[in-house]
Design a protein around this ligand. Sequence first.
Ligand code: ADP
Ligand code: MG
Length: 263
Amino acid sequence: VPGDPVPTEDPAAPGDPVPPGEPVLRMEAVRKSFGTSLVLRDVDLEVAPHTVTALIGASGSGKSTLLRCVNLLEEVDDGAIWLDGEEITDPRADADAVRRRIGVVFQAYNLFPHLTVLQNITLAPRRVHGLSRPEAEERARALLERLGLGAKADEYPDRLSGGQQQRAAIVRALAVRPRLLLLDEITAALDPELVGEVLGLVREVKDEGMTMVITTHEMVFAREVADQVCFLDAGVVLERGTPEEVFGNPGQERTRRFLRRFA
Ligand code: ADP
Ligand code: MG
């Protein structure tokens, strides 16, 4: 896609410096339980700027919980998480301000059904980020145009295919210019023939420099798009590395067994 990269709020704005070399996201020894079940066990993770990290693993391995901890939808029991060097698990951190810097798209039902695509996309920029309506609409239309949804701006979500809805949901997440985009199984609810167009958009967003953490069962896609792959097994990052390392030469028998299902 020609044109400017997806803009990100300048992290190095005066008074809010990000040390050079600092990962966008860092997790150290993060633990999370629900009742007596330990869902994340001492998870460490580093996500460098402009990279894609793919979390893979069986259902129930803790992928969504990990993303929910990053977005402060879940409180960690132990360990810490930093966004641009700022500890967001610090009880004094401003959770709303943190969430404004993180875009999230889930498996389904991301758009408000009673609002048009354009209204969906301009909602947060207007209400949360204080943009005027014309400013927000101009930004949204430009983004929709560039990402191939210009013709859908004034449609309601139920007039769009599932694939178009998910693409619009990604555009909505980008409209607030997040530092980090979290995508949780965004193609899992789609008919197979619609998966490609959504993954294609993720690829474009990556090419424009967005930093992302994604969970997916699309192994071919993860292998192609990710810079880093983490295999979660019962809340443990059992394996991590480049796609070549994890898919091509996994060190653990459990990883091999998991990947065989997709072969
Ligand atoms: P994944 O996304 O890899 O499928 P999840 O993070 O959704 O895994 O779930 C990990 C484990 O945590 C599962 O056993 C799930 O049942 C449990 N779990 C997730 N959320 C909750 C919750 N809010 N309350 C209790 N258990 C939960
Ligand atoms: Mg999940």
